[in-house]
Design a protein around this ligand. Structure first.
Ligand code: EPU
Length: 339
């Protein structure tokens, strides 16, 4: 465990917002996490993983605990020869984990290539992309209680995963720190998923008909690099808003005025519409207000062109929300956590 007093959080959040923490504590083991919880008042702790899903609008006058636990352990092969359980420490970078799986021939996470953030924070919002969500490969996770430091195991059912949602965002919000995740991966008969339009188009362009997990991962990386900004070059937090879900009735009205609106039916009566499309139609794509902006290739992503403050980015987000509501009557909510 190493400490750093009164430190900038700029390199700990992918938006690159320069706010100060009272102190940064780096936890490199479960025991470190437990020790910090025993020593400090729980209300004085602020937990940070990959910092890829947060917008910091003010200084954090708390002890910022950076979860930096590393390591991979093959747990077992309890489900026959085709499946393996891999336990991954919460502080591992998500994309490094995906690459580890591709290199070792473990299937299941190739569609989730290049998602920013860490393994330990991925279950909180059930990260997803290109037809796959974390819940599809999740077996269980270990998490430390922020109240008393006890280590508990959460099964798939315990986590209550939904679209960008889990128990860690609802009834157990801010109550646990995920220290490791165990994934159920395939060894041979990989369930290749290429139905998502952009993946099949990319593979077809390359004349690949029977893709390997590496080829699917490469296709996803190509698609993401074309549309999404690299946080190392330009600060961002991936999708800033969630895609809103509306009723069939509201959607039918909307479609009369906007026949080209893209949509995904959910169940029998609900429709998910892309927030990126709504924001683009509201005229924000590629717009810039000082250093706060909307990405020019994907309107769902807000960006920090350099020295934007968190408040400036938040002001832009609120303006977008207001104008989307005004134009379409639809409320879009942030996917990122705003502090
Ligand atoms: N669209 C526009 N204009 C835009 C952006 C999108 O018209 O500026 C349209 C696209 O043409 C497309 C539709 O909206 O018809 C959907 O766009 P896309 O396929 O890019 O996906 P998305 O709904 O914008 C979601 C996830 C992404 C994930 C992709 C791919 C959410 C909030 N976001 O985005 O997740 O990578 O699908 O599966 O569900 C993230 O969470 O950080 C993230 C990038």
């Amino acid at each position: 465990m190493s400490d750093q007093k009164k430190a900038s959080l700029k390199k700990y959040n992918t938006f690159g917002i320069d706010v100060q923490a009272r102190e940064i504590l780096s936890a490199t083991s479960v025991e470190d996490v437990q020790r910090i919880i025993k020593e400090k008042d729980p209300s004085e702790l602020f937990i940070i993983g990959g910092g890829s899903n947060m917008l910091l609008t003010q200084d954090i006058d708390k002890y910022v605990v950076h979860i930096n636990i590393k390591g991979y352990t093959v747990v077992d092969m309890p489900f026959g020869e085709n499946e393996l359980l891999l336990n991954v420490a919460g502080g591992e970078n998500w994309h490094d984990f995906v690459c580890y799986c591709i290199d070792h021939g473990y299937g299941g996470v190739e569609n989730l290539s290049l998602i920013p953030g860490n393994v330990g924070t991925a279950p909180i919002q059930n990260i997803g992309a290109y037809g796959v969500e974390l819940k599809d490969v999740f077996y269980q996770c270990g998490a430390v209680s922020r109240k008393d430091g006890t280590l508990r195991t959460f099964s798939l059912e315990d986590c209550k995963f939904g679209y960008r949602d889990s128990v860690f965002k609802t009834e157990l919000k801010d109550q646990y720190i995920i220290t490791s995740v165990t994934f159920k991966l395939t060894l041979k008969d990989h369930k290749i998923k290429t139905e998502y339009g952009a993946i099949s188009d990319t593979l077809a362009e390359q004349e690949i008909t029977n893709p390997t997990i590496k080829e699917v991962s490469d296709a996803v990386i190509k698609i993401r690099q074309e549309k999404l900004p690299d946080p190392k070059k330009i600060g961002n937090s991936g999708s800033f808003f969630k895609n809103p879900v509306i009723s069939q009735t509201v959607f039918s009205e909307l479609r009369k005025n906007y026949p080209d609106i893209p949509y995904y039916p959910i169940g029998s009566d609900q429709i998910k519409v892309p927030a990126g499309w709504l924001i683009e139609q509201a005229g924000f794509k590629g717009k810039r207000f000082g250093d706060a902006g909307v990405h020019d290739k994907q309107a769902l992503v807000l960006v920090n062109h350099g020295n934007a403050t968190g408040s400036e980015i938040w002001a832009l987000a609120v303006r977008i929300q207001d104008e989307v509501k005004e134009k379409f009557g639809i409320i879009i909510s942030p996917e990122v956590n705003v502090f």
